[in-house]
Design a protein around this ligand. Structure first.
Ligand code: 0L1
Ligand code: MG
Length: 276
C-alpha cells in the first residue's frame, strides 16, 4: 500500500468529480475486475478524487451489476486492523458490497486466473435477522440483530498494480472484494465469545498467520456497527438477512496456484479451499 498523499477525513463524502468522470472510472474498475487486469491507481489520472468519489464509483458498479441480474448478499468491512488503518490514515473501515457470485463453497477449487494477485484473510461473518441502520449502533444492538455467526475466508484482490493504492482508489475497487468462502460451524452469537476468538491460517499445512478477533476494531460486532455507520454515510443500510464480513483478523496471505489454505477458528471450526 502507498502512504496517503492527502489527508482525508474518512467520513467526508464530498464529491469532486463529475458524473461523467465517475462513469469513466466505473468502466475502468469493471474492466479490471472482469478481465483480471492490473491498472494504475485511479488518482494517477484523477488526482482530485475524494473518498466520496470512490464510493460513487463503487455504488455505480453495484447498480450496474444488479441491473444485469446479479444478487447482493451483503457487505464487508475493509481495512479493519489498526496496522492497515494507520497505513492508510483512516480511523473508520471502508465497506465493499458482496454479491452471490463472489461466493465459493467450502473445499472449492478457486481459479487464480480470474484474479490479479489474490490474498486470503480469515474473518468472522455475521448473518442478520433485523434491519440495522444509523451512525451510532452499539455492539449489543448488533449482537441482538445477529441470527448467527459463521467462519469465513475472504479472498481479496486489489486490481491496482503492485497492490499500490490510496483510499479513494481502493474504495472504488470495492475494497478489494473478490471471493469469499464459508464453512465450519454456524453459532449463535450468545454461545461464543467473539471478543477473543483465536484463528490460525495454514497454507500447505504450515501455520502462516495467527491472531485474535479482538484485532478487528476491538470486537467483530463493533466492526459491523462501523460498517453500518459508513453505509449510513453513503445512503445505505443493512437489511435483515444480510451477510456481513467483519474484517480480516490476521494479515492477508498471498496465494498462488497449487496452494491449499485452511483457516482454523476457535469454536467455529475450519474453512478450507484450494487454488488452481
Ligand atoms: O478486506 C480488506 O480488508 C481489504 C481492504 C482493501 C485493502 C487491501 O486490499 O488490502
Ligand atoms: Mg477482508
Amino acid at each position: 500500500m502507498n502512504s496517503p498523499t492527502t489527508t482525508l477525513n474518512p467520513l467526508s463524502m464530498e464529491r469532486a468529480l463529475s458524473d461523467a468522470d465517475i462513469a469513466t472510472l466505473t468502466d475502468r474498475i469493471e474492466a479490471a475486475q472482469t478481465q483480471a487486469r492490473a491498472i494504475p491507481k485511479l488518482t494517477e489520472d484523477f488526482p482530485g478524487m475524494t473518498l466520496g468519489d470512490g464510493y460513487a464509483v463503487q455504488l455505480a458498479l453495484l447498480r450496474r451489476w444488479l441491473a444485469e441480474g446479479q444478487r447482493q448478499v451483503g457487505w464487508k468491512a475493509g481495512l479493519t486492523s489498526k496496522a492497515k488503518m494507520d497505513q492508510m490514515g483512516v480511523r473508520v473501515p471502508t465497506v465493499g458490497f458482496l454479491l452471490a457470485n463472489f461466493f465459493r463453497p467450502e473445499n472449492s477449487v478457486i481459479q487464480t486466473s480470474d484474479l490479479v494477485h489474490p490474498r486470503v484473510e480469515c474473518e468472522v461473518a455475521f448473518v442478520t435477522k433485523a434491519d440495522l441502520s444509523g451512525p451510532d449502533l452499539t455492539r449489543e444492538q448488533v449482537l441482538a440483530a445477529t441470527d448467527f455467526v459463521v467462519p469465513a475466508v475472504e479472498v481479496i484482490d486489489s486490481r491496482f498494480s503492485g497492490f499500490k493504492f490510496d483510499l479513494p482508489s481502493v474504495v472504488a475497487d470495492n475494497s478489494s472484494s473478490a471471493r469469499y468462502v464459508t464453512g465450519g460451524r454456524a453459532r449463535l452469537p450468545a454461545d461464543v465469545d467473539l471478543s477473543t476468538l483465536g484463528v490460525v491460517i495454514e497454507k500447505n499445512g504450515e501455520a502462516v498467520a495467527m491472531g485474535s478477533s479482538a484485532a478487528v476494531a476491538g470486537h467483530p460486532a463493533d466492526a459491523v456497527a462501523l460498517v453500518v455507520k459508513v453505509l449510513h454515510e453513503i445512503g445505505q443500510h443493512l437489511p435483515a438477512g444480510s451477510f456481513v464480513m467483519s474484517g480480516g483478523i490476521t494479515e492477508a496471505i498471498a496465494v498462488a496456484p497449487g496452494d491449499c489454505v485452511s483457516a482454523r477458528f476457535q469454536a467455529l471450526g475450519s474453512v478450507s479451499m484450494r487454488f488452481a
